[in-house]
Design a binder for this molecule. Sequence first.
Ligand code: CMP
Length: 139
Amino acid sequence: MAVERTLSIIKPDAVEQNNIGNVLAMIQGAGLKVLGTRMPHRSRAQAEGFYEVHRERPFFGELVEFMTRGPVVVTALEADDAVKRYRTLMGATNPAEADDGTIRQAYGTDIGENACHGSDSVENGKIEVGYFFPEYLLK
Ligand code: CMP
């Protein structure tokens, strides 16, 4: 199994509810290694750029508004099979459909305010980690 890198974002809702430590504990408990972490409060332009692929979606404005309303915690993670492992730990996008034991089941509110983001593919994991942590870009 290949060593991969993936990006986690603890979203403003989970930060506001003091769940940073709880989410990071779940991440580390699942065997994902924290390479680096920081807590930026992102501008509208930065959030729009990160979510560019969703620009045409009806929820784009709401998504950008939410992701800029307070700081987020971005974390570069590494493990065997890291992308799938973190997506399994996050649970379904809609917390109402997320399995027990997942981050979104524990700390998400609804499909918009769903506590966390994770890269959706190995390729995007490389791109997203490189976007926030150029020093951890995998060639
Ligand atoms: P994320 O993994 O950060 O990637 C895109 C985000 O868009 C997703 O998590 C959801 O939080 C958000 N999203 C997806 N569908 C909807 C929706 N119908 N309404 C609001 N936000 C959504």
